[in-house]
Design a protein around this ligand. Structure first.
Ligand code: NAD
Length: 725
């Protein structure tokens, strides 16, 4: 044993050293300082005792193999500490290089997930064997956090797979592969089905390859597919930035650009220089704002949200066994599938058995696709489908311990449906509505047990969208809230919790994005520029095309209801400039969106979007009227971020993490921002910079950009939006 406890040294009498990664007190191994120190010490010892060693196996005592870089350290890096990061990264890489050039066979026995730094460590071994367990995931997902694999991952994957394959299969999209898929793509050499087999195969490799070398250290090694020095390869080089642009849509994501540069530049130099180049690009990303935004949101905030920070304390966790899904339309069918996939019994009820069976047909379609793609077995698919019982009979809901209602968006109908079933389901069943616009408190008035009632807002398509917005009505009890939280986790979705309010959080905030885009058309700005501005700001859907998808009559109905409520309370409705545009589109031109066959876009007979409606230019566009492109983008981003602050002020939102995660996973707020509130934190000049810019926009485009009091207060105090948990 060495003094290190992070890496355990176990040597058998045949001279095989097993290095067991086992960071004490941590649930996973990460590249923290303790690991770096232990790793350096272990490599020193391997070199010193080399003569008595036949080979080395790297494996882990945790459920995962190795989790990668320590993000807690990385998010704190500043330009002042950049040099330390550079030195530390390079030192670690040099130690990994010493391991692979030790002159003894080194095998990675990957016993679970090896992502990012974990896979990079495995790449520094001559042979990689992955245990085929459901938890095994292999790849370099750094790009999804605005980073690049800075542990030699670019240098080695390029030398292993070639520039194009390394970029496309590993680096630019951050794919995570199962053990078998990783083998198919050449990321690992072998797969094992048990831990014993894993270790036996590792030993067998050592026995058979006493002189093991990395491919790139063998004489005459050439990078597969060539390098920019080869004329044939060079001819394709200009396509790389173009493809990159296609991936990012022109949005400000620096990571893919740096990855591309590190791969191409690194392929033209020796291994050592390539490591330095990779480190330089890595440090540049780690010190930049985008990586901080993305790490905050996609790692820390997501962890906060999923770990139950929003779940009431002290309520015993409970699992749902049998769920009633009311309404087998688009949403109900998707919800039934998500529940059945997670192992719940589902009773799917509609007005007729025919409708219900049709709803189940959606699951049949998804299962068939999953089997065809090898993502599941026929047996598992059959079992999933057997868990869904379609029906038109209320009596079949007996014994359901949760209800998720997804019938038409109609208050009276929803009340009626709950009345029908309340006495039939389990006496303490959780009662949820998937309404997208109706107030939960009003809906709850239709049931007897109002404390057990809440909103469970899924997003379409349910099988793909990871978010569920839980809406707490005025009378919703803590017990129900906790159970809803547990249900959402049980079906493997991410729950955010908000208080009841018109449009809740997600629908209300995305409404501002849509309104802003539509308002710009009304001002006479070229519609194609509006779409371009949304795309280049990083929105996954262009603003006018999204408006068409949602239908133009929907915001009208919501607005009419909101207006009535304001006026009934004695207030005056101040119209958004988008309203007049929507009214004209619907009333004057009869264009209600894609479902009506015509909207801001034209559609062919199959409902496919063809082009922007030329009438927009005729009726709205003022030729030559332009505003700065940055203003167009920031009007959309600011309108959403400012409303999120107002929602915090109003107490609809109670957590910054919920706001960030909800905006990213539910309504397509651009990922590089780190979410609606992190966008404000990370804005150039921080909160004061954001306030100044909001005032500028308010002056130019309307009072709706006036910074709310909470934002001003935080800016003055030098605070940011964070959860004090
Ligand atoms: P849909 O029109 O596709 O389906 C509604 C289904 O409810 C139909 O199959 C209908 O036959 C059935 N139904 C009507 N009365 C019923 C009754 N008495 N008992 C049982 N079933 C009955 O609608 P959808 O798009 O699935 O929306 C359903 C709900 O989900 C609505 O409240 C909607 O606002 C909400 N929602 C929709 C979306 C979306 O993107 N479409 C997103 C979030 C929430």
């Amino acid at each position: 044993m060495t003094e290190s406890t992070t890496i355990r040294w176990e040597q058998d009498d045949t001279g095989v050293v097993t290095l067991v990664l086992d960071d004490p007190g941590q649930s996973a191994n990460t590249m923290n300082q303790a690991f770096r120190d232990s790793f350096a010490a272990v490599v020193d010892r391997l070199e010193a005792e080399k003569d008595g060693i036949r080979g080395v196996i790297l494996t882990s005592a945790k459920k995962t193999f190795f989790a990668g870089g320590d993000l807690r350290d990385l998010i704190r890096v500043t330009p002042d500490t950049a040099q330390d990061l550079f030195d530390g990264s390079l030192a670690l890489k040099r130690n990994m290089r010493r391991l692979e050039t030790l002159g003894k066979p080194v095998v990675a026995a990957i016993n679970g997930a090896a992502l990012g730094g974990g896979y990079e460590l495995a790449l520094a071994c001559h042979h990689r064997i992955a245990l085929d367990t459901p938890g095994t995931r292999i790849g370099c997902p750094e790009v999804t956090l605005g980073l690049l694999p800075g542990g030699g991952g670019i240098v080695r994957t390029v030398r292993l797979l070639g520039i194009a394959d390394a970029l496309l299969k590993v680096l630019l999209q951050g794919q995570q592969y199962t053990a078998r898929r990783a083998q198919e793509h050449g990321l690992v050499h072998e797969v094992a089905t048990s831990r014993d087999e894993l270790m036996a195969k590792a030993r067998a490799f050592i026995d058979a390859h006493p002189e093991a070398q990395q491919p790139w250290d063998r004489p005459g090694h050439r990078i597969p597919g060539g390098t920019p020095a080869d004329p044939k390869f060079a001819a394709n080089l200009p396509a790389f930035p173009a493809n990159l642009r296609k991936q990012t849509n022109g949005a400000p994501y620096p990571a893919p650009r740096n990855i591309l540069a590190a791969a191409v530049e690194g392929a033209q130099v020796d291994f050592e220089t390539a490591q330095v180049i990779e480190t330089r690009y890595f440090v540049e990303l780690a010190t930049g704002q985008t990586a901080k935004n993305m790490i905050q949101a996609f790692f820390f905030d997501l962890q906060t949200v999923n770990s139950g920070a929003g779940r009431p304390q002290g309520v015993e966790p409970r699992q749902v066994r049998k769920v009633a899904v009311l309404g087998a339309g688009m949403m109900g069918a998707g919800i039934a599938y998500a529940c059945a996939r997670a192992g719940l019994e589902v009773v799917l009820k509609d007005v007729s058995l025919e409708n219900a069976v049709k709803g189940k047909g959606y699951s049949e379609k998804l299962c068939a696709q999953a089997v065809a793609k090898g993502r599941t077995s026929q047996e598992k698919a059959d079992a999933l489908l057997a868990r869904i019982t379609p029906t038109a009979e209320v009596a079949d809901l007996a014994g359901c311990d949760a209800v998720i209602e997804a019938v038409f968006e109609d208050l009276a109908l929803k009340h009626k449906v709950f009345q029908e079933i309340e006495q039939v389901v389990a006496p303490d069943a959780l009662l949820c509505s998937n309404t997208s616009t109706l107030p939960i408190t009003t809906l709850a008035e239709g049931v007897e047990r109002q404390a057990d009632f809440l909103g469970l807002h899924f997003f379409s398509p349910v099988d793909k969208m990871p978010l569920v917005e839980i809406i707490k009505g005025r009378r919703t009890g803590d017990e129900a809230l906790a159970r809803a939280f547990d249900l959402v986790r049980q079906i493997d979705k991410t729950p955010i919790v908000v208080n009841d309010s018109r449009g809740f959080f997600t629908s209300r905030v995305i409404g501002h994005f849509l309104n802003e885009g539509v308002a710009m058309v009304g001002e006479g700005i070229e519609p194609a520029s509006v779409e371009q501005a949304a795309a280049q700001a990083g929105y996954p859907a262009k603003v006018l095309s999204l408006m068409d998808e949602l239908t133009l009559t929907l915001p009208r109905r919501i607005r009419d209801e909101a207006k009535r409520a304001v006026e009934e309370a004695g207030g005056t409705w101040s119209p958004h400039p988008a309203e007049a545009v929507i009214d004209r589109m619907v009333d004057e031109f009869g264009r209600t969106g894609r479902s009506g066959g015509a909207g801001f876009y034209e559609y062919d007979e199959e409902g496919r979007r063809t082009r922007l409606w030329p009438g927009l230019r005729e009726h709205f566009t003022r030729p030559g009227h332009r505003i700065p492109f940055r203003d167009m983008q920031e009007r959309m981003l600011f309108s959403e971020a400012l409303d999120a602050v107002r929602l915090l002020e109003e107490g609809v939102l109670t957590s910054v993490a919920d706001a960030n995660v909800g905006s990213l996973l539910g309504i397509g707020f651009p990922g590089w921002t780190g979410g609606v509130l992190q966008y404000i934190n990370g804005y150039d000049g921080g909160l004061p910079g954001f306030v100044a810019r909001a005032r500028e926009l308010a002056e130019r485009y309307g009072e709706r950009f006036t910074p709310p009091a909470l934002l001003l207060e935080k800016a003055e105090k030098g605070e940011t939006f964070t959860d004090a948990r």
